[in-house]
Ligand binder design. Structure first.
Ligand SMILES: [Zn+2]
Length: 289
């Protein structure tokens, strides 16, 4: 529970039998719990926070509190012990100077971390290409790899995964223009292919559990972009398997989606997902040759 400065919400104090009550402010209520005279007590079903005295009357409790008060939780700066700028119970509070220092250090550390993260991600991307089930010549990816690396270093937020990096390398190699993390309505899809009118999403293991949310997302993005666009989802396993066929796969899937839409008056039927699987299996077999 957070107690904010200036918040005057009253906390009810119940007797140990849960009948009579008084009220006090949040700080005092928490202090009574801290010194062992009261416990949390949610009397109401709406979960409203209240406390219950354990073994004393309210008068005794407040007398004891007053006695101990100077020892309990005088909030001071977390770093230097001086008067803090904020006054939030149960959290770290800083004076202005220490707060600025803390914020700055945190940002510097975060930048360092993000930079390392990108470097490791890029290394992992190259490893994914090295370990393709259908082996490829890594030299084909040298130039694209460099472009992706520079892009990642320039904007540390632009790639979420090594698989995305691999996909962008392959698209670059095929001279297909990509835009990353562009806002479409309320969404920020992984990769946008403006010339192909395709939104490309790289789906990891987690997506298996949120198919429905993904479907809503797809519909909303197409509303923004127009009906010539399709959201194509490529599983990460595929990126690991046969990256050289990525462009064929994306185009193939888009074509199939648009064909099915035509048949169903612009809508993808409810059963498109299992069909999606069939299309995938067909494509996989074709591409594996
Ligand atoms: Zn300080």
């Amino acid at each position: 529970m957070v107690i904010e400065k200036g918040k005057r919400e009253k906390i009810k104090i119940y007797s140990r039998w849960g009948d009579t009550f008084r009220s006090t402010n949040q700080r005092k209520a928490m202090q009574l719990i801290e010194i062992g005279l009261a416990e949390k007590y949610n009397h109401y079903s709406d979960g409203e926070f209240a406390i219950r005295l354990i073994k004393c009357t309210p008068e005794e409790a407040f007398r004891e509190l007053k006695k101990q008060k100077k020892d309990i939780t005088k909030i001071v700066c977390w770093e230097c012990g001086k008067e803090p700028e904020t006054n939030v119970y149960g959290r770290r509070n800083w004076c202005k100077k220490c707060h600025e220092k803390h914020t700055k250090t945190k940002q510097v550390n975060l930048d360092k971390y993000m930079l390392l993260r990108m470097k490791l991600m890029h290394d992992r991307a190259l490893r994914i290409i090295e370990n393709q089930r259908f082996p490829v010549d890594l030299l084909d990816y040298k130039e694209a790899s460099k472009v992706v690396f520079d892009r990642a270093i320039k904007d540390l937020q632009v790639f979420d995964s090594a698989h995305e990096m691999v996909a962008v390398m392959e698209l670059l190699r095929n001279k297909i223009m990509t835009k990353l993390k562009v806002r479409i309505g309320n969404h920020k899809p992984d990769i946008l292919l403006p010339d192909e009118k395709i939104v490309l999403e790289i789906d990891g293991f987690l997506h298996k559990h949120r198919k429905k949310a993904d479907k809503v997302r797809d519909v909303e993005m197409r509303k923004e972009l127009g009906c010539e666009w399709e959201v194509v989802r490529i599983p990460t396993e595929y990126i690991e398997m046969n990256i050289k066929k990525l462009v064929d796969a994306i185009r193939g899937l888009k074509k199939e989606m648009q064909r099915v839409r035509k048949e169903y008056n612009g809508l993808l039927p409810e059963n498109f997902s299992p069909r999606d699987q069939l299309v995938w299996d067909k494509l996989r077999r074709k591409l594996a040759k």
